[in-house]
Design a protein around this ligand. Structure first.
Ligand code: PEP
Ligand code: MG
Length: 325
């Protein structure tokens, strides 16, 4: 089976009828970027930078961050490297940051909220990312966006950092793209407006599922309810992709659902541009995408979107996939 997957290395990611999509990898450190490139990923759709902050006993300096982002950018060469700004809080604590205990951490001071509250931490990270952007093809991505004002605030901060770098004649990519993760119901409802403010979208189904169905993604007592195949989540994903298309911005998915074989026909039919999956799933996902025609994916999607419960959707899709194998 491994041998069979190998023939998909360095191939385009296309459906049976030649519709091309981008197959990307999710990484947690620069070394993962090597694995991602070896496994034939066409870009990095998500670099989770929080591990860089969680592994040490103090905050990584600008220089340390710069080295890591630069190394990843150099490994990716001309391929896009999407760096997500610090996504802590929720279930991810960093002892030295002095975060207080919250009774609802997933609804609390996390991700972009923390960054906009700790401009010192955020500015240091943005400066390191911008400096690294001189060495590769970097894009910046913001986690847990719930409104347009957050994106505007980040643009202002980013411009200030750029001016500072200009004044010191430090090189960076002046056209660097700023994208947002769509992983909250608010961002989904505002996707039409956010698409005018952001350079690209990436759908974070891990959180989008949690917030849409109000099911804590780490709580075993309600794990049986947690599914990206819930019709409410599917409708959200469809809407987000449509809003991105309308404004002509790229839309990817970096949540686990992007690598789920049963989700692939839906994402193809909705028009997703980029599938970002764990490095170990890249080839398998390329093979799965190659097994569909757009016509077949559209027919399956029509059937699924006419269903009213998660159970029906999951049962139908797993049966359908089984007959394709
Ligand atoms: C997501 O929420 O889908 C996502 C990709 O981000 P994380 O899993 O890091 O929250
Ligand atoms: Mg998330």
């Amino acid at each position: 089976q491994v041998q069979e997957l190998k023939k998909y290395i360095n191939k385009d990611t296309v459906t049976q009828d030649e519709k091309r999509v981008c197959l990307a990898a999710n990484i947690g450190n620069a070394e993962d970027a090597v694995k991602a490139m070896e496994s034939g990923a066409e870009c990095v759709g998500l670099f989770r930078t929080e591990f860089l902050f969680m592994n040490g006993v103090s905050m990584p300096t600008e220089e340390e961050q710069f080295e890591v982002y630069k190394r990843a950018a150099v490994i990716c060469k001309d391929k896009v490297l999407t760096i997500r700004t610090l996504d802590i809080g929720g279930d991810k604590d960093i002892p030295y940051m002095g975060l207080t205990k919250e009774s609802n951490p997933f609804l609390g001071y996390r991700a972009i909220r923390f960054c906009l509250g700790r401009i010192d931490v955020f500015t240091t990270q943005l400066r390191a990312i911008l400096r690294a952007s001189a060495y590769g093809n970097i894009r910046i991505m913001l986690p847990l966006i719930t409104g347009v004002s957050e994106v505007r605030s980040v643009r202002t901060i980013l411009q200030n950092v750029m001016r500072e770098l200009d004044s010191k004649e430090i090189p960076y990519d002046k056209d660097i793209l700023l994208g947002v993760m769509i992983e909250t119901p608010a961002a989904c409802m505002l996707a039409d407006i956010l698409a005018k403010e952001a350079d690209f979208f990436s759908i974070g189904t891990n959180d989008l599922t949690q917030y849409t169905i109000a099911v804590d993604r780490g709580n075993e007592n309600v794990a049986y309810l947690y599914s990206a195949f819930h019709p409410a989540v599917l409708r959200s994903v469809k809407r987000i992709i449509e809003c991105a298309k309308r404004e002509n911005i790229e839309v990817g998915m970096c949540g686990e659902a992007a690598g789920n074989p049963a989700m692939i026909p839906l994402l193809l039919a909705f028009g997703l541009d980029e599938f970002s999956v764990t490095a170990s799933k890249v080839l398998e996902t390329r093979k799965n995408i190659a097994s569909w025609t757009m016509k077949e994916a559209a027919a399956v999607t029509d059937t699924v979107m006419g269903m009213s419960t998660e159970k029906e959707v999951s049962a139908y899709l797993s049966d359908y996939i089984a007959t394709k194998m």
